[in-house]
Design a protein around this ligand. Structure first.
Ligand code: 3AM
Length: 188
């Protein structure tokens, strides 16, 4: 199965992201928008794994999550990959306790490496994907529209990590939650 680890998002955050999608949709670019129930913050993409590998990944995540207490992130700006030129991915960036998020990501990579999954080569750029560009024409209007919009500075608590299965469909990926691991560190 195709599998990844992510932070699931509260409904009110998904609602905001859905609203931003609506505003951007008006720019008329050929974008495949993420299904609102599928919004998430990816921490690690595993690719195709045999189902029997999942328990060892969950265990690695649990061990790491033990050293972290829940923390807060805030929606920031709309951004694009790549930053300049024809965009491929439209996303919402994050602010807040980003250093904690990056440390969590670094520790997870280390734990998964021990489990046999090589670390991601690309730098970690935390983002919430809104959509993927399918037709690179008319993306200028999309960039213009994005620059006009203001993202509500809403915060949410990261309290757990969720393993998802991703099923690729012609109309976009379908994500199913497989297991959730809580951040449980209890500091004095
Ligand atoms: O929705 P986002 O962008 O957070 O981009 C893919 C998506 O992240 C990413 O894994 C998440 C679930 O599909 N992804 C897909 N293929 C990937 C790959 N080969 C990948 N990340 C790294 N390497």
């Amino acid at each position: 199965m195709r599998c990844f680890l992510a932070v699931a998002l509260p409904e009110e955050i998904k609602e905001i992201l859905r609203g931003l999608q609506e505003e951007l949709r008006a720019a008329g670019a050929g974008v495949r928008w993420v299904r609102p129930e599928g919004f998430h913050l990816t921490l690690k993409f595993f690719g195709e794994i045999p189902e029997k590998k999942l328990p060892s990944l969950v265990q690695a995540a649990e061990q790491t999550a033990r050293d972290f207490e829940p923390f807060e992130l805030t929606l920031s700006e709309i951004g694009f990959f790549p930053e300049k030129g024809t965009p491929r991915v439209v996303w919402v960036g994050l602010s807040g306790e980003l250093e904690t998020l990056k440390e969590l990501h670094r520790r997870l990579e280390k734990a998964f490496k021990k489990t046999g999954f090589p670390p991601e080569k690309r730098p970690f750029h935390p983002h919430l994907t809104l959509g993927r560009v399918k037709e690179p024409q008319s993306t200028e209007a999309l960039r213009r529209r994005a620059a006009e919009l203001s993202v509500p500075g809403k915060s949410f608590r990261v309290e757990g990590l969720t393993f998802y299965r991703s099923k690729l469909r012609p109309d976009g990926a379908l994500y199913t939650a497989l297991a959730t691991v809580e951040l449980v560190c209890e500091r004095e």
